[in-house]
Design a protein around this ligand. Structure first.
Ligand code: BYC
Length: 333
């Protein structure tokens, strides 16, 4: 399955390393953008390739828990909305693979890393969507966490990633509202519907907070990524921002979080919250979360099922390229 790593973009601009480094340092100090043809340190390229491709994989794997509910959504309107959202996630994956490719690794290789289990994707997608209310919780909490994490990435120092994030964030904010609206309807419905909404947020609260990554003291990449202006805030800073945002929103829904340590801290001006289960988080990213096996099997199956599409597209591209050779003009004449 492995294909050679090639690129459509020059990986190194024709400048000496020291000159390139000076330009790179200046761009970062000015808080400006690095573009694909600029010289960049190998570590910067590696970090971005890792983060952007893992982000792309998350979008693609993240389609599964929601796609499972398209046929079971409670009305035609709900089905149409959910289908559009799942299609948006596919689109996000594609912009992100394109952004990652500009760093010099082609999409076949990136996809191979996912299918062979060498690349990570977000821990959250290893949890099942058990009820219709879980689709609401995914929209409100998971997409909400994604927005909180990704809005600062619109100012990431790498141009193609930052630009992709602008569109992704706009779409995510629509996704979050549809999740909110599902939960609002349920929490203002029958007692059983309200209970279903409460149980869904009980399930997703901890895993959604873990989307921001491990605590800062266990985050090996944060410091370097922040000094390169890839990440703008640490994992814990963004997690705190998210908690401060969702507590009043839960109150507006008439729901609550079952975290006994969750309370407003006047002195800090933030909500305190309880310790998360980091053992469970590590299991979910190492392959032994509740749905890891199922998610990867489904993705491999979808990849195999799509082989004919890739072959047809390649044949069409070849045919189109051969037709647009200069000789063709002579034949037509
Ligand atoms: N899950 O040093 P750290 C979406 C890994 S898609 C799995 O803090 P970093 C949506 C991390 O990769 C949402 N792995 O890392 C889609 C690193 O691994 P390696 C996806 C995680 O990169 C469909 C190691 O742990 N969002 O919202 O500085 C439907 C150490 O961590 C996780 C993005 O990808 C995790 N939660 O910071 C609905 C956003 N956390 O390769 C919704 C872009 C950490 O070094 N990514 N790891 O072994 C980021 O902002 C950063 O990569 C992270 C982690 C904050 C996630």
């Amino acid at each position: 399955m492995t294909t050679p790593t090639t690129t459509r973009f020059p990986t190194t601009a024709p400048v000496a390393d020291d000159e390139g480094q000076r330009h790179f340092d200046r761009v970062i100090a000015e808080d400006s953008r690095i573009e694909p043809t600029d010289w960049m340190p190998d570590g910067y390229r590696r970090t971005l390739t890792r983060q952007i491709s893992q982000h792309a994989h998350s979008e693609i794997i993240g389609m599964q828990p929601e796609a499972n509910w398209i046929t079971r959504a409670p009305s035609l309107k709900r089905k149409a909305i959910l289908m559009a959202k799942v299609q948006d996630e596919a689109g996000h994956g594609l912009y992100l693979y394109s952004a990652a490719e500009t760093l010099g690794t082609n999409r076949d290789e990136l996809v191979d890393q996912l299918l062979t289990g060498r690349a990570k994707y977000s821990s959250i997608f290893n949890y099942p969507a058990r009820t219709w209310a879980d689709i609401g919780a995914i929209g409100w909490l998971v997409d909400g966490a994604a927005i909180c994490n990704q809005v600062p990435l619109c100012r990431c120092s790498y141009g193609p990633y930052a630009r992709a994030m602008i569109r992704v964030c706009k779409e995510e904010s629509f996704h979050q509202r549809q999740g909110w609206e599902i939960l609002y309807s349920l929490s203002h419905g029958t007692a059983a519907q309200k209970q279903m909404a409460q149980e869904a947020i009980n399930r997703f609260y901890g895993p959604a907070l873990q989307m921001f990554g491990p605590p800062d003291e266990d985050s090996p990449n944060s410091q370097q990524s922040m000094s390169w202006n890839i990440k703008r805030f640490s994992n814990d800073e963004l997690r705190q921002r998210f908690v401060d945002m969702i507590v009043p929103q839960a109150e507006a829904l008439g729901l609550h979080f079952e975290d006994p340590d969750l309370k407003w801290n006047e002195e800090r001006g933030h909500y305190d919250f309880g310790e998360l289960d980091w053992t469970e988080f590590k299991a979910a990213i190492r392959g032994s979360g509740p749905c890891n096996v199922q998610r990867l099997q489904r993705r491999r199956q979808a990849f195999d099922d799509g082989a004919w599409v890739r072959e047809a597209a390649a044949a069409y591209a070849e045919k189109t390229a051969s037709r647009s050779t200069p000789e063709r003009g002579l034949h037509v004449a």
